[in-house]
Design a binder for this molecule. Structure first.
Ligand code: ATP
Length: 319
Protein backbone atom coordinates (compact mmCIF):
# COMPACT_ATOMS: atom_id res chain seq x y z
CA UNK A 1 0.00 0.00 0.00
CA UNK A 2 1.16 3.52 -0.81
CA UNK A 3 -0.20 6.37 1.24
CA UNK A 4 0.20 10.10 0.67
CA UNK A 5 -1.04 12.27 3.50
CA UNK A 6 -1.34 16.04 3.08
CA UNK A 7 1.57 16.11 0.65
CA UNK A 8 2.51 19.45 -0.83
CA UNK A 9 5.40 20.84 -2.80
CA UNK A 10 6.40 24.45 -3.14
CA UNK A 11 9.11 25.86 -5.37
CA UNK A 12 9.92 29.03 -3.47
CA UNK A 13 6.52 30.62 -2.95
CA UNK A 14 5.00 28.80 -5.91
CA UNK A 15 2.73 25.89 -5.05
CA UNK A 16 3.23 23.01 -7.50
CA UNK A 17 1.27 20.36 -5.61
CA UNK A 18 -1.16 19.86 -2.80
CA UNK A 19 -1.89 19.38 -0.14
CA UNK A 20 -3.11 16.07 -1.54
CA UNK A 21 -3.98 12.81 0.20
CA UNK A 22 -4.69 9.44 -1.38
CA UNK A 23 -3.99 5.75 -1.08
CA UNK A 24 -2.97 3.21 -3.69
CA UNK A 25 -3.47 -0.50 -3.09
CA UNK A 26 -0.82 -3.09 -3.91
CA UNK A 27 -1.23 -4.30 -7.47
CA UNK A 28 -3.30 -1.30 -8.54
CA UNK A 29 -2.48 0.62 -11.71
CA UNK A 30 -3.20 4.29 -11.21
CA UNK A 31 -3.08 6.97 -13.88
CA UNK A 32 -2.19 10.56 -13.02
CA UNK A 33 -4.02 12.63 -15.56
CA UNK A 34 -3.66 16.37 -16.02
CA UNK A 35 -2.73 19.10 -18.43
CA UNK A 36 0.79 20.53 -18.56
CA UNK A 37 1.80 21.99 -15.23
CA UNK A 38 -0.92 20.15 -13.29
CA UNK A 39 1.60 18.62 -10.89
CA UNK A 40 1.91 15.08 -12.28
CA UNK A 41 5.69 15.02 -12.51
CA UNK A 42 6.00 16.62 -9.09
CA UNK A 43 3.75 13.95 -7.55
CA UNK A 44 5.56 11.09 -9.27
CA UNK A 45 9.01 12.44 -8.38
CA UNK A 46 7.96 12.59 -4.74
CA UNK A 47 6.89 8.92 -4.87
CA UNK A 48 10.12 8.01 -6.64
CA UNK A 49 12.04 9.73 -3.79
CA UNK A 50 13.58 12.01 -6.39
CA UNK A 51 12.07 15.05 -4.70
CA UNK A 52 11.29 15.80 -1.07
CA UNK A 53 7.81 17.12 -0.38
CA UNK A 54 7.61 20.49 1.37
CA UNK A 55 5.13 18.98 3.83
CA UNK A 56 3.20 15.81 4.43
CA UNK A 57 4.06 12.13 4.58
CA UNK A 58 4.50 9.44 1.96
CA UNK A 59 4.57 5.80 3.00
CA UNK A 60 5.49 3.03 0.54
CA UNK A 61 4.87 -0.43 1.93
CA UNK A 62 5.60 0.19 5.60
CA UNK A 63 8.45 2.56 4.93
CA UNK A 64 8.38 6.31 5.35
CA UNK A 65 9.64 7.70 2.04
CA UNK A 66 10.62 11.06 3.50
CA UNK A 67 12.63 9.65 6.44
CA UNK A 68 14.00 6.62 4.65
CA UNK A 69 14.18 7.36 0.91
CA UNK A 70 17.12 5.00 0.34
CA UNK A 71 15.09 1.95 1.44
CA UNK A 72 12.07 3.03 -0.59
CA UNK A 73 14.17 3.59 -3.73
CA UNK A 74 15.22 -0.08 -3.66
CA UNK A 75 11.59 -1.02 -4.14
CA UNK A 76 10.89 1.45 -6.92
CA UNK A 77 11.53 1.49 -10.65
CA UNK A 78 11.29 4.94 -12.20
CA UNK A 79 11.03 6.12 -15.77
CA UNK A 80 11.40 9.92 -15.63
CA UNK A 81 9.94 12.19 -18.29
CA UNK A 82 13.38 12.22 -19.94
CA UNK A 83 14.70 8.66 -19.64
CA UNK A 84 18.23 8.49 -18.24
CA UNK A 85 19.77 6.70 -21.21
CA UNK A 86 23.42 6.51 -22.21
CA UNK A 87 22.91 6.66 -25.95
CA UNK A 88 26.40 5.40 -26.80
CA UNK A 89 25.79 2.13 -24.92
CA UNK A 90 24.44 -1.12 -26.32
CA UNK A 91 21.00 -2.11 -24.95
CA UNK A 92 22.32 -5.22 -23.18
CA UNK A 93 25.24 -3.33 -21.64
CA UNK A 94 22.97 -0.57 -20.45
CA UNK A 95 20.54 -2.96 -18.75
CA UNK A 96 23.49 -4.69 -17.13
CA UNK A 97 24.76 -1.29 -15.94
CA UNK A 98 21.29 -0.45 -14.56
CA UNK A 99 21.38 -3.78 -12.67
CA UNK A 100 24.80 -2.98 -11.20
CA UNK A 101 23.52 0.41 -10.05
CA UNK A 102 20.78 -1.53 -8.27
CA UNK A 103 23.45 -3.65 -6.61
CA UNK A 104 22.43 -6.82 -8.39
CA UNK A 105 25.07 -9.56 -8.65
CA UNK A 106 26.53 -10.62 -12.01
CA UNK A 107 24.51 -13.83 -11.89
CA UNK A 108 21.31 -12.00 -11.00
CA UNK A 109 21.87 -9.61 -13.90
CA UNK A 110 22.56 -12.37 -16.41
CA UNK A 111 19.46 -14.21 -15.31
CA UNK A 112 17.26 -11.13 -15.33
CA UNK A 113 18.21 -9.53 -18.66
CA UNK A 114 16.39 -12.02 -20.95
CA UNK A 115 13.18 -11.55 -18.92
CA UNK A 116 13.48 -7.76 -19.13
CA UNK A 117 14.18 -7.91 -22.87
CA UNK A 118 11.09 -10.03 -23.31
CA UNK A 119 8.85 -7.86 -21.11
CA UNK A 120 9.90 -4.76 -23.04
CA UNK A 121 10.00 -6.47 -26.44
CA UNK A 122 13.65 -5.50 -26.95
CA UNK A 123 15.17 -8.89 -27.66
CA UNK A 124 15.69 -8.18 -31.35
CA UNK A 125 17.63 -4.96 -30.67
CA UNK A 126 19.59 -6.15 -27.63
CA UNK A 127 22.92 -5.68 -29.44
CA UNK A 128 22.09 -2.29 -30.96
CA UNK A 129 23.50 1.04 -29.82
CA UNK A 130 20.75 2.93 -27.96
CA UNK A 131 21.42 6.14 -29.92
CA UNK A 132 20.51 4.40 -33.17
CA UNK A 133 17.09 3.25 -31.92
CA UNK A 134 13.76 4.95 -32.62
CA UNK A 135 12.11 6.98 -29.87
CA UNK A 136 9.66 4.14 -29.19
CA UNK A 137 12.48 1.64 -28.64
CA UNK A 138 14.41 4.08 -26.47
CA UNK A 139 11.36 4.56 -24.31
CA UNK A 140 11.19 0.79 -23.87
CA UNK A 141 14.86 0.70 -22.87
CA UNK A 142 13.91 3.30 -20.27
CA UNK A 143 11.22 0.97 -18.95
CA UNK A 144 13.75 -1.88 -19.05
CA UNK A 145 16.15 -0.10 -16.69
CA UNK A 146 13.22 0.63 -14.37
CA UNK A 147 12.21 -3.03 -14.01
CA UNK A 148 15.69 -4.64 -13.88
CA UNK A 149 15.59 -5.11 -10.10
CA UNK A 150 11.96 -6.32 -10.08
CA UNK A 151 10.59 -3.38 -8.07
CA UNK A 152 7.23 -3.66 -6.35
CA UNK A 153 6.33 -0.15 -7.54
CA UNK A 154 6.85 1.06 -11.07
CA UNK A 155 6.55 4.79 -11.80
CA UNK A 156 6.26 5.86 -15.43
CA UNK A 157 6.15 9.58 -16.18
CA UNK A 158 4.45 10.21 -19.53
CA UNK A 159 5.73 6.99 -21.14
CA UNK A 160 3.65 7.65 -24.27
CA UNK A 161 4.90 11.20 -24.82
CA UNK A 162 6.20 11.73 -28.34
CA UNK A 163 5.25 8.24 -29.52
CA UNK A 164 3.38 7.61 -32.76
CA UNK A 165 -0.03 5.87 -32.61
CA UNK A 166 1.42 2.40 -33.18
CA UNK A 167 4.06 2.90 -30.51
CA UNK A 168 1.39 4.20 -28.12
CA UNK A 169 -0.56 0.96 -28.51
CA UNK A 170 2.64 -1.06 -27.98
CA UNK A 171 3.47 0.92 -24.85
CA UNK A 172 -0.07 0.41 -23.57
CA UNK A 173 0.21 -3.34 -24.11
CA UNK A 174 3.53 -3.40 -22.35
CA UNK A 175 2.12 -1.58 -19.31
CA UNK A 176 -0.82 -3.96 -19.36
CA UNK A 177 1.61 -6.88 -19.03
CA UNK A 178 3.71 -5.17 -16.36
CA UNK A 179 0.59 -4.82 -14.20
CA UNK A 180 0.84 -8.51 -13.34
CA UNK A 181 4.06 -8.03 -11.40
CA UNK A 182 4.07 -4.44 -10.24
CA UNK A 183 1.96 -1.70 -8.74
CA UNK A 184 2.10 0.90 -11.51
CA UNK A 185 1.77 4.69 -11.41
CA UNK A 186 1.64 6.25 -14.83
CA UNK A 187 1.04 9.83 -15.96
CA UNK A 188 -0.34 11.37 -19.12
CA UNK A 189 -2.14 14.48 -20.31
CA UNK A 190 -4.25 12.44 -22.73
CA UNK A 191 -7.11 10.49 -21.20
CA UNK A 192 -7.40 7.79 -23.85
CA UNK A 193 -3.70 7.00 -23.70
CA UNK A 194 -3.96 5.64 -20.18
CA UNK A 195 -7.62 5.19 -19.29
CA UNK A 196 -7.90 1.62 -20.52
CA UNK A 197 -4.68 0.52 -18.86
CA UNK A 198 -5.47 1.98 -15.45
CA UNK A 199 -7.72 0.63 -12.72
CA UNK A 200 -8.17 4.15 -11.49
CA UNK A 201 -7.43 7.69 -12.59
CA UNK A 202 -6.44 10.63 -10.41
CA UNK A 203 -7.22 13.83 -12.26
CA UNK A 204 -4.87 16.65 -11.28
CA UNK A 205 -5.34 20.34 -11.99
CA UNK A 206 -3.24 23.19 -10.63
CA UNK A 207 -1.73 20.88 -8.04
CA UNK A 208 -5.06 19.61 -6.70
CA UNK A 209 -6.83 16.28 -7.11
CA UNK A 210 -9.97 17.18 -9.02
CA UNK A 211 -11.45 13.71 -9.23
CA UNK A 212 -10.59 10.08 -8.67
CA UNK A 213 -12.08 6.87 -9.98
CA UNK A 214 -12.31 4.58 -12.96
CA UNK A 215 -13.05 6.12 -16.33
CA UNK A 216 -16.75 5.37 -16.00
CA UNK A 217 -16.82 6.53 -12.36
CA UNK A 218 -15.46 9.87 -13.51
CA UNK A 219 -18.04 10.16 -16.23
CA UNK A 220 -20.77 9.31 -13.76
CA UNK A 221 -19.34 11.70 -11.16
CA UNK A 222 -19.22 14.55 -13.59
CA UNK A 223 -22.52 14.21 -15.31
CA UNK A 224 -24.24 11.47 -13.45
CA UNK A 225 -24.17 9.89 -16.87
CA UNK A 226 -22.04 7.30 -18.60
CA UNK A 227 -22.65 6.84 -22.30
CA UNK A 228 -22.32 3.39 -23.85
CA UNK A 229 -22.67 2.45 -27.49
CA UNK A 230 -23.97 -1.06 -28.19
CA UNK A 231 -24.30 -2.66 -31.61
CA UNK A 232 -26.84 -5.49 -31.45
CA UNK A 233 -27.92 -8.03 -34.00
CA UNK A 234 -31.41 -8.79 -32.72
CA UNK A 235 -32.61 -12.37 -32.74
CA UNK A 236 -34.84 -13.34 -35.61
CA UNK A 237 -38.22 -11.63 -35.47
CA UNK A 238 -37.24 -9.17 -32.69
CA UNK A 239 -37.60 -5.45 -33.36
CA UNK A 240 -35.13 -2.75 -32.29
CA UNK A 241 -37.79 -1.42 -29.93
CA UNK A 242 -37.93 -4.79 -28.12
CA UNK A 243 -34.15 -4.71 -27.70
CA UNK A 244 -34.32 -1.12 -26.41
CA UNK A 245 -36.91 -2.23 -23.85
CA UNK A 246 -34.54 -4.88 -22.48
CA UNK A 247 -31.78 -2.29 -22.20
CA UNK A 248 -34.05 0.19 -20.41
CA UNK A 249 -34.74 -2.37 -17.70
CA UNK A 250 -31.08 -2.52 -16.64
CA UNK A 251 -30.58 -0.77 -13.30
CA UNK A 252 -29.30 2.82 -13.54
CA UNK A 253 -30.03 3.07 -17.27
CA UNK A 254 -31.86 6.36 -17.77
CA UNK A 255 -32.17 6.59 -21.52
CA UNK A 256 -31.82 4.38 -24.56
CA UNK A 257 -31.92 5.74 -28.08
CA UNK A 258 -31.93 3.73 -31.25
CA UNK A 259 -29.39 4.83 -33.85
CA UNK A 260 -28.75 3.61 -37.37
CA UNK A 261 -27.71 0.26 -38.74
CA UNK A 262 -24.04 -0.69 -38.98
CA UNK A 263 -22.91 -3.88 -40.64
CA UNK A 264 -26.20 -5.63 -40.02
CA UNK A 265 -26.48 -4.50 -36.40
CA UNK A 266 -28.59 -1.78 -34.80
CA UNK A 267 -26.61 0.76 -32.81
CA UNK A 268 -28.07 1.81 -29.44
CA UNK A 269 -26.88 4.65 -27.27
CA UNK A 270 -27.36 3.96 -23.58
CA UNK A 271 -27.14 6.61 -20.85
CA UNK A 272 -26.67 5.32 -17.32
CA UNK A 273 -25.67 6.40 -13.83
CA UNK A 274 -22.51 4.26 -13.90
CA UNK A 275 -20.74 1.34 -15.52
CA UNK A 276 -23.30 -0.98 -17.12
CA UNK A 277 -21.42 -2.69 -19.93
CA UNK A 278 -21.24 -6.13 -18.31
CA UNK A 279 -24.92 -6.05 -17.38
CA UNK A 280 -25.97 -4.86 -20.86
CA UNK A 281 -24.06 -7.72 -22.38
CA UNK A 282 -25.62 -10.24 -19.98
CA UNK A 283 -29.23 -9.20 -20.62
CA UNK A 284 -28.79 -9.04 -24.38
CA UNK A 285 -27.10 -12.41 -24.73
CA UNK A 286 -29.55 -13.87 -22.19
CA UNK A 287 -32.38 -12.62 -24.42
CA UNK A 288 -30.91 -14.42 -27.42
CA UNK A 289 -29.45 -11.35 -29.15
CA UNK A 290 -25.91 -11.00 -30.50
CA UNK A 291 -23.69 -8.20 -29.19
CA UNK A 292 -21.36 -7.16 -32.00
CA UNK A 293 -19.84 -4.14 -30.30
CA UNK A 294 -19.90 -2.56 -26.87
CA UNK A 295 -17.95 0.59 -26.08
CA UNK A 296 -17.91 3.65 -23.89
CA UNK A 297 -18.01 6.94 -25.69
CA UNK A 298 -14.42 8.18 -25.47
CA UNK A 299 -14.92 11.56 -27.05
CA UNK A 300 -17.41 12.41 -24.40
CA UNK A 301 -14.98 11.36 -21.68
CA UNK A 302 -12.28 13.50 -23.22
CA UNK A 303 -14.72 16.43 -23.02
CA UNK A 304 -15.48 15.61 -19.41
CA UNK A 305 -11.79 15.59 -18.61
CA UNK A 306 -11.32 18.97 -20.28
CA UNK A 307 -14.29 20.36 -18.40
CA UNK A 308 -12.86 19.05 -15.13
CA UNK A 309 -9.47 20.63 -15.58
CA UNK A 310 -10.84 23.90 -16.96
CA UNK A 311 -13.27 24.32 -14.09
CA UNK A 312 -10.42 23.61 -11.70
CA UNK A 313 -12.80 21.18 -10.03
CA UNK A 314 -14.96 23.90 -8.63
CA UNK A 315 -18.22 22.82 -10.21
CA UNK A 316 -18.99 19.25 -9.38
CA UNK A 317 -15.77 17.36 -8.97
CA UNK A 318 -14.88 15.53 -5.81
CA UNK A 319 -11.68 16.06 -3.86
P1 ATP B 1 4.03 18.52 -17.63
O1 ATP B 1 3.05 17.59 -18.29
O2 ATP B 1 4.21 19.79 -18.37
O3 ATP B 1 5.32 17.87 -17.24
P2 ATP B 1 3.13 18.28 -14.89
O4 ATP B 1 1.68 18.02 -14.65
O5 ATP B 1 4.05 17.13 -14.81
O6 ATP B 1 3.31 19.01 -16.28
P3 ATP B 1 4.84 19.55 -12.98
O7 ATP B 1 6.06 19.39 -13.83
O8 ATP B 1 4.71 18.70 -11.79
O9 ATP B 1 3.54 19.41 -13.86
O10 ATP B 1 4.78 21.08 -12.55
C1 ATP B 1 3.79 21.60 -11.66
C2 ATP B 1 4.07 23.09 -11.48
O11 ATP B 1 5.31 23.26 -10.82
C3 ATP B 1 4.18 23.84 -12.79
O12 ATP B 1 3.56 25.09 -12.63
C4 ATP B 1 5.67 23.99 -12.99
O13 ATP B 1 5.98 25.15 -13.71
C5 ATP B 1 6.18 24.09 -11.57
N1 ATP B 1 7.55 23.55 -11.44
C6 ATP B 1 7.94 22.30 -11.71
N2 ATP B 1 9.27 22.15 -11.44
C7 ATP B 1 9.71 23.35 -11.02
C8 ATP B 1 10.98 23.84 -10.57
N3 ATP B 1 12.05 23.06 -10.52
N4 ATP B 1 11.04 25.13 -10.20
C9 ATP B 1 9.95 25.95 -10.21
N5 ATP B 1 8.71 25.52 -10.61
C10 ATP B 1 8.59 24.26 -11.01
Amino acid sequence: MIRAQDVSKYYGSKRALGPVSFEIEDGETVGFLGLNGAGKTTALRIFACDLRPSAGSVVVGDIDAVKNPHEVRKRIGYLPENPPLYTEMIVDEYLSYAGRLRQMSKQQIEKRIPAVLEATDLTEVRNEIIGTLSHGYRQRVGVGQAIMHEPMLLILDEPTRGLDPVQIVEMRNMIQNLKDNHTVLVSSHILTEISETCDRLLVLGKGNILASGSESDLAAQMQNTARTIVAVKAKEGASSEEVAKILREVESVSEVSIGGMEEGATVFEVLSGGEVRAELCRVLVGGGHDVLQLARNHRELENIFLKLVKDGGQSSARN
